[in-house]
Design a protein around this ligand. Sequence first.
Ligand code: IMP
Ligand code: MG
Length: 314
Amino acid sequence: MADSKQQSRSSAESPQPLSPHSAAFSSELPNFAHPSEEEFARILDFYGLQWMYEPRSFLLRWDGERTREMFTPDFYLPELELYLELTTLKQSLVTKKNRKLRRLRALYPEINIKLLYRRDYHRLLANYGFGPLARADVEGINRVLLTTRQIQKRVSELGRQVSHDYRGRQPILLGVLKGVLPFMADLMREITLPVEIQVMAVSSYQGQTRGGVQVTKGLDADIAGRDVILVEDIVDSGMTLNYLMRYLESKGPASLEVCALLDKKVRRIVDVPVKYVGFDIPDEFVVGYGLDYEEKYRNLPFIGAIDSYKESPK
Ligand code: IMP
Ligand code: MG
């Protein structure tokens, strides 16, 4: 039975918090093994995601009663029923961790666990302007990922699809500033329904500051009982979107769907349902058509990839 292979570290070793950490209730942090874990915990706090640090150890190999190998994932996100393991270590150690993860998945198929590589973690930080990738020199646009024509064609398809799905209704297109501006402006002109428009703005993670996401520009009008389509430029980790969805759901809309121009699925931490996706894109930092790198490039009419993600040689 799977239960006999589980051990709670909290009973065996130093006491661990039994209730999930939430910035709303506590500002005390556990003793993290690595500074990156602490920074990551801050990001989770910022986005209002509850977490527990190393709440459970999984038995991977045993000899009768003797434990031969254990694995303790760094974080557990109870609302998402998701374990996260941060690996900021050397590549050779990553291989070993991957092996452990495969074993864990085989023994505990009901457990949902994701491994965040050093690169994923640095990119996440870089989105907020931190870490070794944030200050990388941008030598300009590397290459065009999506041409103006490709974007126009796809946006027009999305508009047609939305018009079809919402026939007879009057949805609110709710855009999240600032990156969404070109997309929203084009999308609404491809929708053949009497839509209403609203825009919101939220702050993103600023490092060691206290408090969570701030809605810096709120809703213009009540959305209770309305069909809302949240329009986003890009979904990356999904943390911003998850926060926004919870915020908007609390306002009682009749329906709430997401329409995102770009989706970096491979980087998802929080699985938010995105009904309309313009393009699935690979794990690259992209700019243009509203998207910025340090506020630059938003006005490009196409979407390009830049080199800001190049790891500094170690
Ligand atoms: P998430 O909370 O990680 O999904 O973050 C989404 C936000 O990160 C977006 O609204 C963008 O502001 C920013 N972002 C993520 N990836 C990119 C990118 O490739 N180019 C520009 N901004 C990005
Ligand atoms: Mg944004």
